[in-house]
Each structure stands twice: as C-alpha cells, then as structure tokens.
Design a protein around this ligand. Sequence first.
Ligand code: LLP
Length: 406
Amino acid sequence: MSLIYKGQNLFIDNTSIKSVVKKNITPFYVYSYKKMRANYQTFSSYFKKVKPLICFSVKSNSNVSLIKELGRLGSGADVVSEGELMKALKAKIKPSKIVFSGVGKTETELKVAIQKRVLLINIESESEARLIDKLSRKMKRTTSIGIRINPGVDANTLSKISTGKIDSKFGLPKSNFLRFCRNFGKYKNLKIKAVSVHIGSQIRSVDPYRKTLNVLSKIIKSSQINFEYIDLGGGFGIPYQNNEKKIDIKNYSKLVNKFKKELNCKIIFEPGRFIVGNAGTLISKIVFIKKNGNKSFIILDAGMNDFMRPALYNAKHDIVPVLKLKKKINGKVEFVGPICESTDTFVKYKNFSLLNENDLVAITNVGAYGSSLSSNYNTRPLAAEVIVKKGKIKIIRRRQKISEII
Ligand code: LLP
C-alpha cells in the first residue's frame, strides 16, 4: 500500500491526505502514481524473459489520465466495450496495442474495433466470428482475431469472479475450439492470430495458471495452427489484508518462459487489479456516529454506489483513520454508508481508534474495481478522482455535478 503514517497523520507517499482533502469534496478517490508505476514495473520485470505485451485491463480502472500514464510506461489496453475502446484511444494507446474482449460485443462495437484496426478482437463464439467476417467483408478489411478458449479450469477464487470453468459463459469449449480451427477457411475476411484465455480474477495461487498452460499447450498442438500470439489474460491477485499471502508470480513466470519456447509465440497479459489495486484509496468523511445496542455505527459519506466491492462480493477492505488517536472507541464498530440498503456496509472491527463526527477515514486498496464499478444509485454524483504524482496533487476526474445527473 502507498499509505503510511507520519506521526499521527496519514500520508499517500509524501503527500498528507489532509492537504488533498483541502482541494476536494469527500468522498473522493486518490491514487499514488508511484505505486502504480512500481506495480507495472514489477509485473514487467517478472516476465522480462518473454517480453510480453501488457494490456492493462481498462475495466479495473477506466480513468483516462491513469490509462495515459500507464501508456507512457509502455502499456497497451484490454477493453470490453466501445466506451472503453474510446477511452483507451483518447489515452493515446495505439490500436496495435489494444485487445478487445467480451462475450457480447454488439455490431456497432465490432464495427468501431474493425475500423480502428485493433490488434485483436478476441471472439467468444462462432456467431461472433461470423458477424466479424461479414462486417469486415462489407468494410473491405481483413480483421485479426483471437479465439478465447474456456479451459475448464477452476481458478479457486470467489465464485462470482471465476470465469474459466466449463459451465461459465466465457470462451469456446475445447471441442468447439478445435472444430472452429478446422473450419476456419470459410471465414475469408478473418486472420486467426491468437488464442486467449482468462480464468478469473483475484487468483492467489499458481496452480490454476499451471493447469491452464497445460490445457492450452495440448489443445494448440492438436489444432496444428501456429498462433502468433497467446493472450494469457489477467487475474493476478493482491493481498487485501496484511496477513494475506501474495501470488508467486515469479514461479508462474518460469512456466510461461517454458510455454513460450515450446509454442514459439508472443505473449500478451491483461492485468488490472495487480497494477492499480493497492494504488488507490477512497477518502470519506464521517457524517454521524450512533450507538445501536453495544455497537457504534460509523456512518460515512461514501456509500455502496461509490465503492461496491463489499456489497457485491463481501470483499473486505480495511479502513484507517486519517488522524490516528491513541484512545480507542469502546466496543464494536461497523463502518456503513448512507444508502438505504443493509448491504451498504463496509467493514466491522472489535475495536478502533477514537473517531468523531466529521473526521476523515481512508478505505484502502480500492484502486481496482472501485471508481469503475461506481454508480449514480440514489442519484448520488460520481466521486472525484485525484492522482498524487511527484508531490503534486492533480484532479483527474472532477466530482460529477448533481445537475449533470438530473
Ligand atoms: N481480462 C479479461 C478478459 C477479464 O475479464 C478481466 C477481468 C481481466 C482481464 C482483468 O482481471 P484482473 O487482472 O483485474 O483480475 N469486479 C470484480 C472483478 C471482475 C473481473 C472481471 N474480469 C472485483 O471487484 O473483484
């Protein structure tokens, strides 16, 4: 995490949260450029032998300035909608570094992707291949595609973010993949360039990845096609709590080195969470504190519309005070949002340092699937986003105005 205490005060890198708050209305997201860059560089150094194309998964954080910063570090983009594609282009990511994934791309979206000549459209059904072929013919283009395989591997992660099992909606099952490869000649306006796979998110062990590489290696050999690229997707998990262990990417990279040699292909990755997850924090102000029974409810001005992961996946994100006092609150505390739903709750503690109404707190590790999953539920405006880079505080999305929602 990029958060540290200096004395009693919380800092993001060398910038005090208090100074960021002066310029912003809570709740707002604040990102550490330094952390994001370090994550990107750590990720590429793990895989330096295979020199992969790293396509940042835009769904994890779709702030254009942030994507632009990653682009400057060398990243491409993994997009799943016309909106994400337009954002990636606006962030100056070259189409030759963009892969387009998703099970239900519409005709309009596909036309844009074909017209922009993205590196790959990763297809997830034969119907999609037929449609891209037809559109490409009309547009007098040859379109490069990847085929997403459903490897039938359990990623051992939260069931709601697991995508590689045989009964999930994603990709082509192995037998359909082989049939597709055999009949590929009929698609005159498609170039088959890649195989892609993505088995889930927040994966914390190498084992599911190892299984996936084995499946891919076998099936690619039986297809007898030389794929130029193998897109191994994202999914790299991060520790959300202090005691959680990290995924051993180094170990995985050794398997990927061997895999690349064996198949003689270029490698693509689509990491999201690993790059931005621990680089973001949501700063929120305490509206009220009330005691029901023996529990203190700390009601924040951030709700499930601002940050959805706890409500949606029971995800646990620690909350820390912006000013840490030695004194403790008596008894249990629960941090909740202001929204009229009982799932609008963040985290519970047995005890916590003393807080008062109007104090500030930080919800940690929210850089991935934080702002990108936020909504206008309860007609609440989208929160601002701020980046701290080399001691400078820059607003990279201003807070939405209520008039813009109405
Ligand atoms: N590639 C594809 C095709 C994906 O579907 C995803 C994520 C990624 C890459 C990036 O995965 P990552 O490296 O970030 O794990 N909202 C959930 C996570 C959903 C992930 C969906 N797909 C959460 O908050 O945990």
